[in-house]
Write a protein that binds this ligand. Structure first.
Ligand code: NDP
Ligand code: MG
Ligand code: MG
Length: 341
């Protein structure tokens, strides 16, 4: 059984007694910085010159410094810029300014696991990775709840890295939901696999093939969109609440029987072999090398793949349909304003 942590297992005063610099103010950065601040932690945000994020952080009342200035002041440096830029930021602005004994915190293990960042052994290296998007990390905290986190210590130079990691996890609200102990290797490899094989890659391809199969057979794209994309959320919500079993319990017997006979026909055993190959490329570092190689060349492959994805007919159909939903909402509010006048 995995080792679990909750609020009572952590001492908030550890992180509250340190100066924290959050580098990056995007999806995760804004959530960590604001949750830490609201938990009573002394936070500053480090951003590059001319950063588009500066105004957002300042509007929230957070002090914004250059990355170098923020790091110079900090006992704890949280690296929440995009994975592909972290090693440049680390080499140029973090490492040369890092205080003796300062701790490094990551939100994902990519750069440590694949050796793109190699901190000196004199520093604690921790990970507190929320298992949800940044906007939810903030929204849940504000609602008095939290998004579950996974926590790891790669280097324990101080001998007190675990206490700090749990204190940090508590301050961002993660231990209200619960924390699971992991390692940088396990987090990185399972995170990449999950997003590639199932959550992002697998689900996107499944939805696109479903849409193509129906529209190529002459069915209306709008109807196909609802069947293969829109309803997916409702099914996934049931899975999250009660596993695959609850989803099967809730759908009709017809749907449940169809699940058993056609699911394994669509996702055949060969797909599992493909998943193993994907996992192999993650474990060997081949995926990381391909991603970083492309990023270092300015991301041409990334741009091409993104453009191709956006050009898929399901996106056009979806855009038109969703406009219709918002038109209906707008019309409702117009009506209310009109009737109040
Ligand atoms: P974002 O893409 O949202 O980060 C953007 C922020 O990073 C902006 O504030 C941007 O500033 C800043 N930034 C970009 N380049 C630089 C630079 N060269 N120097 C300084 N700041 C820079 O990142 P995410 O929040 O998606 O990811 C951050 C980390 O969290 C990653 O390790 C990721 O794997 C992990 N993570 C992310 C999750 C998510 O929900 N997105 C979930 C769990 C983990 P500017 O305005 O100047 O561009
Ligand atoms: Mg990820
Ligand atoms: Mg149906």
């Amino acid at each position: 059984m995995a080792e679990l942590f909750y609020d009572d297992d952590a001492d908030l005063s550890i992180i509250a007694g340190r100066k924290v610099a959050v580098i990056g103010y995007g999806s995760q950065g804004h959530a960590h910085a604001l949750n830490l601040r609201d938990s009573g932690v002394d936070v500053r945000v480090g951003l590059r010159e001319g950063s588009a994020s500066r105004a957002k952080a300042e509007d929230q009342g957070l002090p914004v410094l250059t990355v170098a200035e923020a790091v110079k002041e900090a006992d704890v440096v949280v690296i929440l810029a995009p994975d592909q830029f972290q090693r440049h930021i680390y080499r140029d602005e973090i490492e040369p300014n890092l205080k003796d004994g300062a701790a490094l915190v990551f939100g994902h293990g990519f750069n440590i696991r694949f050796g793109y960042i190699k901190p000196s052994p004199a520093h604690d290296v921790l990970m507190v990775a929320p298992k949800g998007p940044g906007h939810l990390v903030r929204r849940e905290y504000e609602a008095g709840r939290g998004v579950p986190v996974i926590v790891a210590v790669e280097q324990d130079a101080s001998g007190e890295a675990w206490g700090l990691a749990l204190s940090y996890a508590k301050a961002i609200g993660g231990l209200r939901a619960g924390g699971i102990k992991t390692t940088f290797t396990e987090e990185t490899e399972t995170d990449l696999f999950g997003e590639q094989a199932v959550l992002c890659g697998g689900a996107s391809q499944l939805v696109q093939y479903g849409f193509e199969t129906l529209t190529e057979a002459g069915y209306q794209p709008e109807v196909a969109y609802f069947e293969v994309l829109h309803e997916l959320k409702l099914i996934v919500d049931l899975m999250v609440e009660g596993g695959i079993a609850k989803q099967r319990w809730s759908v009709s017997d017809t749907a449940e029987y169809g699940d058993y006979v056609s699911g394994p026909r669509v996702i055949s055993p060969e797909v599992k072999e493909n998943m193993k190959a994907v996992l192999g490329d993650i474990q060997s570092g081949a995926f990381a090398e391909r991603f970083i190689g492309d990023q270092d060349a300015g991301g041409p492959e990334f741009a091409e793949l993104r453009a191709k994805g956006e050009a898929h007919p399901i996106e056009t159909t979806g855009r038109e349909l969703r406009k219709m939903f918002s038109w209906m909402k707008e019309s409702d509010s117009d009506y209310q304003e009109g009737s109040a006048a």
